[in-house]
Write a new protein. Sequence first.
Length: 169
Amino acid sequence: MQQQARAFAVAAHANQKYGDHPYSFHLDAVAELAGPYGEEAIVIAYLHDTAEDTQATIAEIESKFGPKIAACVSLLTDEPGTNRKERKAKTYAKLAGVHGSNETALLVKAADRLANVRACVQDHKKSLWQLYRSEQAAFKSSAYRSGQCEPLWAELESLLSEGTFDAEV
């Protein structure tokens, strides 16, 4: 199912870019970070941006990958809002209420954020890194669950710590 999810997501994102890279670069990075947590996490990682950034719908994802995968992708899809701050506040509120088997979405969200922050550091995008840093407290309070994907959270915290970006530049 991993290959099917990757093919679906790559086709859905078509010619979209992730910085200077094809969008598959980001999808592969998130899937690799989700890898230690099982096939379901990898499938969700490949699909995590499809409903938000492409014409693909949650109904289509459910039809192809089942209700659990679709529910998790829906949880990862930003809520509508007039600006990033409003969208993220609504999305974080949604994530804060996640429990049980849908918590797989939260580890994918952590993997997604870590992949984004790694890319900021690698590509020297300090203003975007600063944005992620400013959101970290709210993000963590909504998506962190003790004992779940601790290595991802530890690296994320380290990369967002004071001076980390400057040390990498």
